[in-house]
Design a protein around this ligand. Structure first.
Ligand code: RP5
Length: 172
């Protein structure tokens, strides 16, 4: 990274058990040509390392996507230290289905926002970061529009297939 240049997106998660979901954010960024750095840092299990990470994030990233599960303090604590936008991704959990993670991330006190996506919403976290970056980047905006248009084409194809097969044979 050249001096002064920021990596557009930092992706951070509390554990490798979050990787599958956070990988969806990475896939979107890869597909749309947005550079990112991905780290596993636990706010609870290594608080000093986490604090250093969040402080350095100010000079390193434009946006941080933070995913965590259970008592998911990583996104909120990142937002308390990092000055840029934080997108929070609540992980689905085995005990409480991810509502624990969701409430931990979405219920931030006034003054410290975290833009929270759905439980396991890694892909939308990536897309939200792309939308933010595209506000200042016309080429990225064009790539984003193509991505959106491809989604539309996929739905149109599904409907065409449904009209041909009928609902009984659609999945056969
Ligand atoms: C959180 O605890 C992590 O974000 C993860 O979702 C959850 C469980 O972590 P592991 O026990 O799987 O490492 O800090």
């Amino acid at each position: 990274m050249s001096k002064g240049a920021k990596i557009p997106v930092g992706i951070v998660m509390g554990s490798d058990s979050d990787l599958e979901v956070m990988g969806k954010a990475a896939e979107v960024l890869d597909e749309l040509g947005v550079e990112f750095e991905m780290r596993i840092i636990s706010a609870h299990r290594e608080p000093e390392e986490f604090y250093e990470y969040a402080k350095k994030a100010n000079e390193r990233y434009s946006i941080v996507i933070a995913g965590a599960g259970k008592a998911a303090h990583l996104p909120g604590m990142t937002a308390a230290i990092f000055d840029g936008p934080v997108i929070g991704v609540p992980m689905k959990t085995s005990d409480l289905g991810g509502v624990d993670s969701l409430y931990s991330i979405v219920q931030m006190p006034s003054g410290i926002p975290v833009a929270t996506v759905a439980i396991n919403g890694g892909a939308n976290a990536g897309l939200l970061a792309v939308r933010m970056l595209a506000m200042e980047d016309d080429e990225l905006k064009e790539r984003m529009k193509k991505y959106i248009s491809a989604q539309k084409d996929a739905v149109v194809k599904k409907d065409e297939k449904l009209q041909k097969t009928g609902y009984r044979d659609y999945h056969n």
